[in-house]
Design a protein around this ligand. Structure first.
Ligand SMILES: CC(C)(COP(=O)(O)OP(=O)(O)OC[C@H]1O[C@@H](n2cnc3c(N)ncnc32)[C@H](O)[C@@H]1OP(=O)(O)O)[C@@H](O)C(=O)NCCC(=O)NCCS
Length: 406
C-alpha cells in the first residue's frame, strides 16, 4: 500500500501561516490537497502536522477535506512521520510531500512512484538532480528505510529534513531520480517568501478558472504568455531552508555570529569571479602551479571543467539577512580512483573570519567517499582548516603535505 504524507505547519519563519493564506478565497494548503488527490497511485493521504496549538486549524482543514490528520513533534519531523506511518502497518512505500508546494502535479507524483517501483529503489525523487521547477518536489521511499532513519539519524538536519539520512548515503541505499526532458530547475514555484506567494497566486488566478487541474506544462505555457513572471522571485535560492538547517549542525563562525552558507554549482557566468580569485596573490602562492592565469586559459579550463564528470565546482555563498547572497569562496572536487580531492579558496575579502573552516566542513558532506587534500607546507591556515574538517596528515613530500579523510 502506498501512503502519501503531506507535512505542513503554520509556524514557518519566512512567511508565517503561509499554508493557510488564501488563494482564490481558499487556504493554499486546500488547493494543494486537491491537486495531490488526483494522484492515481497514492492509496491513502494523511496530513502530518504538529501538536502546537497554532496547527489546530490544519487538523480542521484535513477534516473538511476528508483526509486523516496526525499530530506529532514540531521540529523532529522524522519522528512525526514515523508516528503517522505506524497508523498504517500495511504501508510499504511512503510518498513525502510538503505544504509549501501548492503547484504540485499529480502526474509527476505518479511518475516518481512508477520509477521507484519499477527499479525497486530504496528512495526515489525528482530532486536529487534538480531538473523540475523548485516546488514540484516528490520523494518516495521504502518503509524499512524510513524506519532505519528514525532509529539511527542523530543530526538535527536529518531529523528536520526527514529523508536526508537516506539520500546522504548513496552506498547504503539504492537511490533514483526522475528527470525532466528540459532543465527547468531555475524556476521557483515553491512558497517560502512573500514574492513566491504572489507568483503562485497569479498562476492560480490565471489558470484555475478555465482548467482546475492545470499541469506543469500549462504553467510553462502561462509563463510564455507572461514572461515577466519568471523573474518575479528568481533571486530567492533553492533549498535555503535546508542550508539553514545544515548550518545548525556546525559551530558558529569565529566572531560568534551564526553564518548560513549554501553551495551552488558553478556556471560559465562565474568565469570572471573565479579568475579574480585565482589570480589573487595569496591564491597564486597557495597553488601548486603558482603563475597567474590568462583569461583565455581560464575560460578553456572552466569550459572543460563544467563538462567533466570527474570534477565538481561550487561557489559558496553566505546568506545575509536583508542582503543578497554574497559569494565567499569556491570548492573543487576532483575524482581520483577511489577518492576525491577537495580544494578550496576563500574570497580575499572574506578571509580571516572562520569562513574557510565552516565552508570546508560543509563541503566534506557533499561526497560519501574518502577525501584527500594536498596543501603547501607553508599554508598554515589551510592545514588548520583540514584538521578542523577531520582530515589526517598522511605524509609530507617536498613542500606538499597530503591529507586524507575517510
Ligand atoms: C587559506 C584560506 C582558505 C583560509 O581561509 P580563511 O577563511 O581565512 O580561514 P579561517 O578564518 O577559517 O581560519 C582557519 C585557520 O587559519 C588561521 N588563519 C587564518 N588566516 C591566518 C593568517 N593570515 N595567519 C595565520 N593564521 C591564519 C585561523 O586562525 C584559523 O586557525 P585556528 O583554527 O587556529 O583559529 C584562505 O586564506 C585562502 O583562500 N587563501 C588562498 C587560497 C588557498 O590557500 N587555498 C587553499 C589551498 S589548499
Amino acid at each position: 500500500m502506498i501512503l502519501g504524507i503531506l507535512q505542513a505547519r503554520c509556524s514557518s519563519s519566512r512567511l508565517p501561516n503561509k499554508v493557510m493564506l488564501p488563494i482564490l478565497g481558499r487556504p493554499m494548503l486546500e488547493l494543494e490537497i486537491e491537486r495531490i488527490k488526483r494522484s492515481k497511485k497514492i492509496d491513502e493521504l494523511i496530513l502530518a502536522t504538529s501538536t502546537d496549538t497554532k496547527d489546530d486549524a490544519l487538523e480542521k482543514l484535513a477534516k473538511v477535506n476528508n483526509i486523516k490528520c496526525y499530530r506529532g513533534s514540531l521540529d523532529d519531523v522524522l519522528d512525526r512521520f514515523m508516528g503517522a506511518i505506524k497508523l498504517w502497518p500495511t504501508a510499504t512505500h511512503i510518498v513525502r510531500l510538503t505544504g509549501d508546494c501548492p503547484l504540485i502535479d499529480s502526474a509527476i507524483i505518479d511518475q516518481v512512484i512508477d520509477l521507484h517501483l519499477a527499479n525497486d529503489n530504496d528512495y526515489t525523487s525528482n530532486t536529487l538532480e534538480p531538473t523540475y521547477p523548485d516546488g514540484l518536489d516528490v520523494e518516495v521511499f521504502k518503509r524499512e528505510c524510513i524506519e532505519q532513519a528514525a532509529n539511527e539519524a542523530t543530526l538535527k538536519s536529518q531529523r528536520e529534513h526527514v529523508t536526508l539520512f537516506i539520500h546522504q548515503q548513496p552506498k547504503k541505499y539504492k537511490l533514483g531520480c526522475l528527470k525532466n526532458d528540459t532543465d527547468l530547475s531555475a524556476l521557483r514555484w515553491t512558497v517560502d517568501e512573500p514574492e513566491d506567494f504572489r507568483l503562485v497566486t497569479r498562476i492560480f488566478d490565471g489558470l484555475y478558472g478555465t482548467k482546475s487541474n492545470f499541469s506543469k506544462a500549462d504553467i510553462v505555457e502561462f509563463f510564455k504568455l507572461n514572461p515577466a513572471l519568471e523573474q518575479f522571485n528568481s533571486h530567492h535560492k533553492r533549498n535555503a531552508g535546508l542550508a539553514l538547517s545544515l548550518q545548525d549542525d556546525f559551530s558558529l563562525s569565529r566572531t560568534g555570529e551564526p553564518k548560513t552558507l549554501i553551495f551552488r554549482k558553478v556556471t560559465i557566468r562565474d568565469l570572471d569571479l573565479l579568475l579574480e580569485w585565482r589570480n589573487d596573490l595569496a591564491t597564486q602562492l597557495a597553488s601548486i602551479s603558482s603563475a597567474p592565469v590568462s583569461r583565455s586559459e581560464h575560460q578553456q579550463w572552466l569550459q572543460t571543467s563544467l563538462t567533466s564528470h570527474n570534477r565538481q565546482l561550487y561557489i559558496v555563498e553566505e546568506i545575509r539577512p536583508l542582503a543578497n547572497h554574497v559569494p565567499i569562496g569556491t570548492i573543487r572536487l576532483d575524482k581520483r580512483e577511489n577518492e576525491w580531492e577537495l580544494s578550496w579558496t576563500v574570497a580575499p575579502q572574506a578571509r580571516g573570519k572562520g569562513l574557510g573552516k565552516l565552508m570546508v566542513v560543509q563541503a566534506t558532506r557533499l561526497i560519501d567517499e574518502p577525501l584527500v587534500a594536498v596543501i603547501k607546507k607553508s599554508n598554515y591556515p589551510s592545514a588548520r582548516i583540514a584538521e578542523f574538517a577531520g582530515f589526517k596528515l598522511i605524509e609530507t613530500r617536498g613542500d606538499l603535505t597530503h591529507w586524507k579523510k575517510l
